[in-house]
Structures are given as structure tokens and as C-alpha cells.
Design a protein around this ligand. Structure first.
Ligand code: PRP
Length: 210
């Protein structure tokens, strides 16, 4: 691996496509990535950049461990995993919110422990401990909306973007915890040793966002 390149972890999927478009607009195009096949790494030595696609929830791990110098991860992932990285810029993409949602007729019976299904146990625990509510966490990996429908949980803590998934499953937002957007993050050592290059990418992205 060429140590002079900046290694960038991009979140696979629609957010990642938009993030790549932003990097391209900022001057960091990579023709290889536009015709990907099954490859996972793509580089453009002319601009000193190497991209790789990873699962969105893994971006922060790659960056924290230094396998990537920088990456783009949702604020949800940063708040759930608290990786030891620098958060450099809100790139304004992937806007959504973290919310508690429940069936339309849900009333919280505070005499009972609340059963909360979620992909984000740390965020859920922090929220309920801040309001002093006893909960049991049911950790799921997807299709969270099924849990209250099938009686597996009372509520869910999950991402709401358009609200369509909730609506189509007769659920509604009970309370909003925080807004989410994608953030440019950097490995701490990389930021020290490749500060010039990383700062230049950040400034170019900021310019392209404007
Ligand atoms: C996310 C989230 C919700 C849905 C919200 O799921 O967990 O289910 O998107 O979007 P909406 O408000 O626009 O309907 P995702 O598509 O990532 O799938 P999964 O969590 O079920 O794997």
C-alpha cells in the first residue's frame, strides 16, 4: 500500500454514492470507482486518494484503527460506538433523525419495565437512563419495526427518514432524540502525520458543499 495516499472509507449504499459524488465535486474523482464490478478498493494516484466501500456501521472502526485515514459516518454510528476519532465536518448528507416510535395506541405504563427494540442499544440506554426509565433492551440487526407489531417490544428506537416505514406499519414517532447527518471523520494519528492533505480534503469538501 502506498503510504502517501489518503485512504478513505466510504459507507456502501445510497449515502456512500452521494458522499463519493461530493468528493468528486471537490476534486477527488476516481474513474475506477465509476465502473466498480465486485472490487472494493479504487485509487487515483493523480490526486493521491484511495477509496474503499465498507458497511456503514463499520466506517468508524476502519478510521479508529487507522486502516482508513478518513471516512464518512452517520452521527448515529458515532453516538452509538463513540469511536476515538476526530469529527471534522458535517457533510450535510444522509439527513434523518433518531426517534422512539410505537404503535399508535401506545401509552407508557411506568409501573412496568419498558421493552425497547433497537439496533442502537447504547443510544437507547443513554436516553432512558437520562429520563430515569427502566428498560429491557432487545438488540436487533434490522427490520426493527416488526418488533412492536409482533409483541416482541413495546417501542423501538430507530432511524426515521421519510417516516414511510413507520406509517406503513401503523407506528408513529413518540419522541425525537436527535437529528442525524453524515460526518467526515479522521484517524487521530493520520490527522497528525497527514494533516496538510486531510485539511485540504476537508476545505475542498466544504467548498463543494457551498
Ligand atoms: C432504516 C431504518 C428504518 C427506515 C427508515 O432501515 O431502520 O427502518 O430506514 O426510513 P423511512 O423513514 O424513510 O421509512 P434500513 O433501510 O437501513 O433497513 P434495516 O434497518 O431494516 O436493515
Amino acid at each position: 500500500m502506498n503510504g502517501d495516499m489518503i485512504n478513505v472509507a466510504l459507507p456502501k449504499g445510497r449515502l456512500g454514492d452521494n458522499v463519493y459524488d461530493l468528493f468528486a465535486a471537490a476534486g477527488y474523482r476516481c474513474p475506477e470507482i465509476e465502473n466498480p464490478g465486485r472490487r472494493l478498493t479504487f485509487e487515483n494516484p493523480d490526486v493521491g486518494i484511495r477509496y474503499f466501500w465498507v458497511k456503514p456501521s463499520d466506517v468508524a472502526i476502519y478510521v479508529e484503527k487507522g486502516a482508513a485515514d478518513i471516512g464518512v459516518a452517520g452521527k448515529d454510528i458515532l453516538l452509538e460506538y463513540s469511536p476515538d476519532v476526530y469529527e471534522l465536518l458535517d457533510v450535510g448528507l444522509g439527513r434523518c433523525r433518531m426517534a422512539v416510535a410505537a404503535p399508535k395506541d401506545f401509552r407508557d405504563d411506568t409501573r412496568k419495565t419498558l421493552r425497547v427494540a433497537t439496533k442502537f442499544p447504547n443510544i437507547a440506554k443513554r436516553h432512558y437512563s437520562s429520563i430515569g426509565r427502566d428498560i429491557d433492551i432487545i438488540k436487533l440487526n434490522g427490520s426493527i419495526e416488526l418488533a412492536p407489531i409482533l409483541g416482541l417490544s413495546d417501542v423501538i428506537v430507530d432511524i426515521v427518514e421519510t417516516g414511510a416505514t413507520l406509517k406503513q406499519n401503523n407506528l408513529e414517532v413518540f419522541s425525537t432524540l436527535f437529528d442525524i447527518s453524515a460526518r467526515l471523520i479522521a484517524n487521530k494519528a493520520s490527522y497528525r502525520f497527514k494533516r496538510g492533505e486531510i485539511q485540504k480534503i476537508k476545505d475542498s469538501l466544504q467548498e463543494a458543499i457551498r
